[in-house]
Design a protein around this ligand. Structure first.
Ligand SMILES: Nc1ncnc2c1ncn2[C@@H]1O[C@H](COP(=O)(O)OP(=O)(O)OP(=O)(O)O)[C@@H](O)[C@H]1O
Ligand SMILES: O=P(O)(O)OC[C@H]1O[C@H](OP(=O)(O)OP(=O)(O)O)[C@H](O)[C@@H]1O
Ligand SMILES: O=C(O)c1cccnc1
Ligand SMILES: [Mg+2]
Length: 543
């Protein structure tokens, strides 16, 4: 199951008609293709518009060359259905968009439309799903359901794609890493940005930088600072208000800047003496000259014992004065190991004197495996040298065009990153831009319907169906099974023959330990409506 699905479904009850509209106010009955209206008119003209139709919404292939998909977007679909009514303004626009020969009675018909005759069964949001199995079954008057095709496919397509992308990033990064979605600036417009934040959280990310998504959905917000903040400073002299009260409030350090500078000098001296000590040790093993050469090259190359950038130090001190309890510094504006990390450490040590614990650093360029390992060594050396508990565990965040492949490469090389900030590749779904969700008629007036195709993968599977997930002894799912609506359901401990829908040679007997019906009713239509609807939302955002 998806990481978020592990939280378990959280059922909420809503009053009929009291369901909020879609998050994006652009999601209206007009957010559909013109041909849905022309077909609706032709159904109406032919007197067919009330015929009871069943459509399946599904996809044909898992995205990103993968083996699974995370189903997302259902809540927004229900919000659309619950509020599906045309305004006079919208009807007037449709009138101008259809040929003038269309009869006035059709617009009266549109005026009366809502989704009280529509029934929606669906798999719960956040579930792992597979090709060809209906994610949603939409049943209702053919003309109404036809109008729903485009917005429903639209609401599921990107949501499921990006949730899957997020789940795949989570899988590669591992459970213990913090995953931060940083994609708003690179997303496909405002809706892409809001959707990415919502569905990346559903797919297993921990937080977003997107403030609007934090407000709308209660997703935890996280962030660091940018290079602009660092490069906006010139020198520590710019800092006017230099005092900082200790964490417990018991004392005030009047000149925090000087305290940081003292630590910067101590760090430099200490590291030089550590290096000298190592050189003496090595000389005893008759490798003195070789190591001396090597040590000199470290001094020149690594340079962590030389001068750090003072404007960067000023930026870090200012940030620490503003956020002493949440100090996190971007260390790659000038030079990570020569300047950023020692400057961060000097500020963190000064904060430590006042009882604060610095959060960590962010790396945003260069070889992230190497730099994270070097930084960790540096933090551990400080912990050891100054006896500062857990300094070696100071958090390292990495960003910069990360994607599944770079995360995998970092794992293979070995790294010390605790948190990844991921934007562009995640939210734009760079590796695959669309899921290819389709919406196909499978039954009308209780008669099955099929769409044939030269391409066997495009042949639709007719009939109103039920779908089951069969679980094995260890509690893992074995197979998803589709049956006709009125066929007897599979039963636990009873052997059942499962066949691939198109490949006769793929078949297997399965004895399930447990059977789960996958599609549940999320919108019962008028038949079950007695003032209240029970809507079984998987609500990720309520706790
Ligand atoms: N150890 C690593 N293994 C694999 N990929 C890495 C590793 N470290 C960083 N990367 C990735 O390599 C790319 C780094 O690109 P590149 O070196 O061109 O830019 P940069 O480090 O941002 O440098 P600059 O910003 O100075 O141009 C990023 O996509 C980053 O995620
Ligand atoms: O790299 P992404 O996965 O999209 O993550 C978000 C990026 O956005 C920010 O910088 P921005 O890209 O705006 O500037 P930069 O490339 O110069 O760092 C941030 O520093 C990250 O690098
Ligand atoms: O908070 C951050 O560090 C951040 C936010 C968005 C994009 N890049 C970085
Ligand atoms: Mg960038």
């Amino acid at each position: 199951m998806a990481a978020a699905a592990a939280n378990g479904p959280n059922k909420v009850e809503k009053r009929a008609g009291g369901i909020d509209g879609p998050t994006n106010p652009m999601v209206t009955p007009l957010l559909t293709d013109l041909y849905q209206f022309t077909m609706a008119y032709a159904y109406w003209k032919a007197g067919k518009h009330k015929e009871r139709a069943v459509f399946d919404l599904y996809f044909r292939r898992n995205p990103f060359g993968g083996e699974y998909t995370v189903f997302a977007g259902l809540e927004e679909c229900i919000k659309l259905i619950a509020n599906f009514r045309f305004t006079e303004d919208e009807i007037a626009f449709i009138k101008t968009s259809l040929p003038s020969s269309c009869e006035a009675g059709f617009y009266d018909y549109l005026r009366g439309i809502d989704c009280s005759d529509v029934e929606i069964h669906a798999i719960s949001e956040g579930y792992v799903v597979f090709p060809k199995i209906p994610l949603m079954r939409i049943e209702g008057p053919v003309a109404v359901v036809q109008l729903l095709e485009t917005p429903l496919v639209n609401l599921i397509n990107y949501a499921s794609l990006v949730a899957t992308n997020a789940a795949r990033h989570r899988f590669v990064a591992g459970k213990s890493k913090l995953l931060l979605e940083f994609g708003l600036r690179r997303a496909q417009g405002p809706d892409g940005g809001i959707g990415a934040s919502k569905y990346c959280y559903m797919g297993g990310f921990d937080a977003t930088s997107n403030v609007a998504a934090g407000k709308l959905f209660g997703i935890p917000l996280r962030g660091t600072h940018s290079h602009a903040f660092v490069s906006s400073f010139m020198s520590p002299d710019e800092i006017i208000e230099k005092s900082l009260r200790s964490c417990d409030g018991s004392k005030v350090c009047e000149d925090f800047v000087s305290l940081v500078q003292t630590w910067a000098i101590m760090l430099k001296n200490c590291m030089l003496s550590c290096l000298a000590y190592e050189v003496v040790l090595v000389s005893k093993q008759l490798l003195y000259f070789l190591m001396k050469l090597n040590a000199m090259s470290i001094i020149e190359k690594g340079g962590i014992f030389g001068e750090t950038n003072q404007s960067e130090l000023a930026a870090f001190v200012s940030y620490a004065l503003a956020f002493p309890k949440n100090f996190l510094a971007l260390v790659d504006t000038y030079d990570v190991m020569r300047s950023g990390v020692p400057n961060f450490s000097a500020v963190a040590l000064a904060l430590n004197d006042l009882g604060y614990k610095a959060v960590g650093i962010r790396l945003d360029s260069g070889d992230l495996a190497y730099l994270s390992c070097e930084t960790r060594k540096f933090f551990r050396a400080i912990e050891k040298e100054f006896g500062i508990r857990d300094f070696g565990k100071t958090s390292i965040t990495a960003s910069n065009d990360l994607n599944e492949e770079t995360l995998d490469a970092l794992n293979k090389q070995g790294h010390e990153v605790d948190a990844f900030g991921i934007g562009t590749h995640l939210v734009t779904c760079y590796a695959q831009p669309a899921l290819g969700v389709v919406f196909k008629l499978v039954e009308i007036n209780n008669q099955p319907r099929i769409k044939l195709s030269e391409d066997v993968s495009k042949v639709s599977i007719p009939c109103k169906k039920r779908c089951y997930r069969l679980y094995g002894k260890e509690g893992y799912p074995l197979v998803d099974l589709m049956t006709g609506e009125n066929e007897p359901p599979p039963k636990a401990a009873e052997r059942i023959l499962c066949r691939h829908p198109f490949n006769e040679s793929k078949r297997a007997y399965v004895v399930p330990q447990r059977v789960e019906e996958l599609m549940k009713c999320f919108w019962p239509g008028r038949s079950d409506c007695r003032g209240y609807f029970r809507i079984a939302f998987v609500d990720y955002f309520s706790d």
